[in-house]
Write a protein that binds this ligand. Structure first.
Ligand code: DP6
Length: 319
């Protein structure tokens, strides 16, 4: 007999970034972080171990299958996984993959833990993966305990809460990043004075304001906070020794374009955020703004001119 379980998890994009760990083994962060919008879309061993610990007896009378919890260890698991999101976009596809692995394995092994607890298992695979257990707007609460049991993700609002937003992803380069997030944040924790200031003084207030902006669908605050946090994260990377450069000239030109556009409109219409790479994640207030802005983006960055190509996530009829 064969038992099957399927699962589907979203990738996630941080609008308040996670950067820096206080425990490398358990993957415990030095600040809260918030991610948004579900784009449906190596460290599996510790996740597998944690799920196995929680496996339960299972019985399917129709199939005549009975598995004792201790027997899950002896069974072979075949995993088939695919991404419906361009991996080249470098957008937390590993976070989505790990979260999906934890979620689906939990389902298969009859694990009864709630989403919060599953998120803390996914976290042990990759920090940002814990936020992919949910869709919508998600907060990863850093927690205080040494064992990490309170370092879990919670959903702030589901995916229907603010569905006017449109995400445009400008793929600046599909090259593999030179410094992985794991080693980059380790170096920042060891060498960047700005990171300590950010985690202790800036992020706590910013997280509260971001929660408020999300609750009220206040795009102006949302955009200001998102852009400021992305810029501070990259400033921390520059403050690291040796400095880490995730953005390139094209990324910087995209930032200028958004800033000028927002300035000319009087209020922010588009937000930008960059993770540990040069690709831009642009969040527009609504379809109309997205269509307008995308035309401008394609005018200044024609795909045939350089290696920038744009993906519009979701509804492609926007143009
Ligand atoms: C810049 O979750 O990839 O995307 O915990 O070491 O696996 P590890 O790091 P990872 O770091 C993500 C960093 C970020 C910001 C974020 O997603 O919050």
């Amino acid at each position: 007999w064969v038992l099957m379980a399927t699962g589907r998890t979203p990738t996630n994009i941080a609008v308040i970034k996670y950067w820096g760990k206080r425990d490398e083994a358990l993957i415990l962060p030095i600040n809260d972080s918030i991610s948004e919008i579900s784009l449906l879309g190596g460290r599996f061993q510790s996740c597998l171990r944690e799920i196995r610990k929680r496996a339960r007896d299972f019985e399917d009378k129709e199939k005549g299958v009975k598995i004792k919890k201790e027997d899950w260890d002896k069974l072979h698991v075949h995993i088939a996984s695919y991404n419906n999101f361009p991996t080249a976009a470098g957008l937390a596809s590993s976070a989505a993959g790990l979260a999906c692995f934890v979620f689906t394995l939990g389902k298969l092994m009859n694990v009864k833990e709630d989403y919060g607890e599953l998120s803390s298992i996914a976290r042990q695979g990759s920090g940002s993966a814990c936020r992919s257990i949910y869709g919508g707007f998600v907060k990863w609460c850093m927690g205080e305990k040494d064992d990490g049991s309170d370092s879990i993700a919670v959903q702030l609002a589901d995916e229907t809460h603010w569905n006017d937003l449109v995400i445009i992803i400008a793929v600046v380069s599909s090259k593999q990043k030179e410094t992985s997030s794991t080693s980059g944040m380790r170096d920042s924790v060891e060498t960047s004075p700005l990171l300590q200031y950010r985690a202790q003084t800036v992020v706590p207030g910013r997280v509260l304001k971001m929660e408020e902006a999300i609750k009220n669908r206040d795009f102006e605050s949302f955009a200001k906070l998102t852009c400021a946090d992305s810029n501070q994260f990259h400033a921390v990377c520059l403050d690291t020794s040796p400095p880490i450069f995730y953005m390139n000239d094209t990324s910087h030109r995209i930032i200028s374009l958004v800033e000028k556009w927002n300035h000319s409109e009087g209020t922010p219409q588009v937000a930008y955020t960059f993770d540990a790479g040069p690709n831009a994640v642009l969040i527009a207030q609504n379809r109309k703004t997205a269509a307008h802005f995308l035309q401008k983006l394609l005018y200044y960055f024609p795909p045939q001119d350089n290696d920038l190509s744009s993906y519009l996530v979701g509804d492609k009829s926007i143009l």
